[in-house]
Design a protein around this ligand. Structure first.
Ligand code: VG1
Ligand code: CO
Length: 581
């Protein structure tokens, strides 16, 4: 085969968001769309130190298995070959979860990075979403500097290089270890599981996990939502640990028609199975046989954790793991650093402060955690490892890799339950007990998120601008219980490399008149959608004493205040959020 430089012209709108470029699948399938974006990624990626110093460097191509996954892989192989990339690695069947991609890249000293075909928790199918993101050599999502450069390339691209060849140049069903040559490029099929399983085995004590899973009092269920995490769950939870009740763990191109986002709205089957009402509070007439119920998203990096009649908010989950981290071998000597995204609740901050652990608050998106994790290795600064981090959007993880990790979070919770039940022959200490003990010790951050999906972009921008106009105004309360104090805009200077990120969300601060406790509402526009705008409203209220009751109920008043101040109803015409979680 020969390389054909193919003329093309720029296609507008290829600006990567919070996590890669996500568009409607048909748009990706339109002429030159995929090649333009992949060529632009390569133009930036191939200037990296690994690519220039290692003559036999490799690039990984893998996806979350959604519609167009395998066709896209074939095209990308031909473009990489056209650009003389010496080695390509592809998992058997083309599917890997995002965390397993991160661990695989890290395990290869000459791997420049990975092209990851995913739109994560967005629905898949010809009429839904497809996406591509890029992970760099340390396994971390490309930073803003990288994605901005890619975007610039997409605006000036004139040609892409592609080798000639039929539709299929690589057999994705070939056994691991098989390789073929395309153009001058060696393409090798690899085992998707091995490296990642190994990595988790180093983080956890699988003997302890297995013993807990096989305890006759214990019953665990997991919902893979037909995403890429499913096969990994089957292997690790099913085959290795003996968890029996695995649901929806085969990866499917359309995720079985569901929205593969594990939260109270979209994982409602699991919520019901765990004995909860749709709002995540205990159902009065239905109990659950399961000790632990968990779910992952489309690419296996998000997690939802539930116990009998209780849903653990991701922010609480992070705080609880931080507090009890020493039961996880990876953290046996304690933590050096923790971090959370700004909209996540301050529950982990309280744990960090009381335990003398450094705590960082970053913008939304996992790429901001990577620098902190690698501060020593890559930047010759202080080490924050062992490091734990998370986001309110059901992301939890650590420095075992550079992505959030859905299965890791499930194993962390099995570890916590095993530890809480160590030497206990009586009634099981349940998820609810663990959570309530935590609230008793540290107070509770009542937390909820409202999403207003598919709003008009203009209305959403106007709302944010309106809030900006409140900066500097002092609220001074009024007569009600929820007193508005002030408004600020979050921005971030990376403490490791000094890079600056502005406009990362508007924060409205409140005080509860009767208790003096603080509360806040945060507004952000989503950067992962494929059309229109999603307004996210994050609500948080701290209570040090009275931690009883349901979060959605507690936060209703605060939500009303935030909606009123922001003029959300007037601007968007929305009476109610699309999602409450
Ligand atoms: C959302 C979440 C963010 C997460 C991102 C990618 O971004 O809020 O916390 O890191 O999705 O997660 P946004 O900009 O839509 O709010 V995933 O599992 O979609 O890769
Ligand atoms: Co995801």
């Amino acid at each position: 085969s020969t390389t054909l430089p193919t003329p093309t012209s720029p296609i507008s709108g290829m600006k990567p968001g919070t996590s890669g470029l996500r568009k409607k699948t048909r748009e990706w399938m339109s002429p030159n769309y995929l090649p333009n974006f992949v060529q632009s990624i390569l133009d930036v990626a191939l200037t990296s130190p690994t690519a220039s110093s290692s003559p036999s460097y490799s690039i990984l191509i893998a996806g979350d298995g959604r519609y167009y996954n395998n066709e896209a892989i074939q095209t990308i192989v031909k473009i990489l070959a056209g650009n003389n990339v010496p080695n390509i690695l592809i998992p058997k069947f083309g599917v890997m979860s995002t965390p397993s991609v991160s661990s695989l890249i890290r395990s290869q000293s000459n791997c420049v990075g990975g092209i990851v075909l995913t739109a994560s928790h967005n629905p898949g199918g010809i009429d839904d979403d497809f996406g591509i993101k890029y992970n760099e050599a340390r396994g971390q999502p490309a930073d803003e500097n990288f994605t901005n450069q890619v975007y610039e390339k997409t605006k000036t691209i004139r040609e892409f290089k592609i080798v000639s060849g039929g539709e299929e140049v690589v057999d994705l069903e070939a056994e691991a270890g098989t390789s073929v040559v395309v153009g001058g490029t060696r393409v090798t099929i690899i085992d998707p599981f091995e490296v990642y399983v190994d990595c988790l085995m180093k983080s956890f004590d699988f003997g302890v996990l297995k013993k807990f899973v096989s305890d006759p009092r214990v019953s665990i269920t997991f919902d893979g939502m037909h995403g890429a995490g499913g096969p990994f769950a089957s292997k690790i939870l099913g085959e290795i640990l003996g968890v029996e009740e695995l649901m929806r763990c085969e990866s499917k191109v359309d995720f079985g028609g569901i929205h593969p986002d594990p939260n109270l709205s979209y994982a409602k089957d699991l919520v019901e199975l765990m004995g909860m009402k749709p709002d995540g509070t205990a159902s009065k007439d239905k109990s659950s046989k399961f000790t632990l119920g968990a779910a992952n998203d489309g690419d296996g990096d998000r997690n939802m954790i539930c116990g009998k009649g209780i849903f653990v908010t991701p922010s609480d989950s992070l705080a609880i793991i931080a507090d009890r981290c020493r039961c996880i071998p990876q953290f046996k000597d304690g933590l050096k650093g923790v971090a959370r995204s700004m909209p996540s609740s301050a529950a982990v901050d309280v744990v960090a402060e009381r335990n003398g652990v450094e705590c960082f608050v970053t913008p939304t998106g996992w790429k901001f955690f990577g620098n902190l994790m690698d501060s020593e290795e890559a930047f010759n600064k202080k080490s924050y490892s062992p490091f734990l981090c998370g986001e309110e959007s059901f992301g939890t993880g650590s420095d075992h890799i550079r992505e959030k990790d859905g299965l890791w979070a499930v194993l962390a919770w099995i570890s916590i339950l095993a530890d809480a039940n160590e030497g206990n022959d009586g009634d099981l200490v349940e998820v609810r007990d663990v959570v309530e003990r935590h609230w008793k010790k540290y107070g509770r951050h009542f937390y909820a998120r409202y999403d207003y999906e598919a709003c008009e972009s203009e209305a959403a921008e106007e709302l944010m601008d309106g809030l900006r106009g409140l900066i500097g105004e002092v609220g001074g309360g009024g007569g009600g219980e929820i007193q508005f104090e002030n408004c600020e805009e979050f921005e971030y200077t990376d403490p490791v490399d000094g890079s600056f990120s502005g406009k990362q969300g508007m924060i409205l601060n409140f005080t509860m008149k009767s208790t003096g406790d603080s509360a806040r509402a945060v507004f952000r526009l989503s950067g992962t959608g494929s059309s229109g705008a999603t307004i996210r409203l994050y609500l948080e209220q701290y209570d040090g004493k009275n931690w009883d009751g349901s979060a959605p109920e507690r936060l209703k008043g605060l939500g009303e205040e935030a909606v009123r101040i922001s003029k959300l109803r007037e601007l968007t015409g929305r009476e109610k959020p699309t999602v409450i979680t």
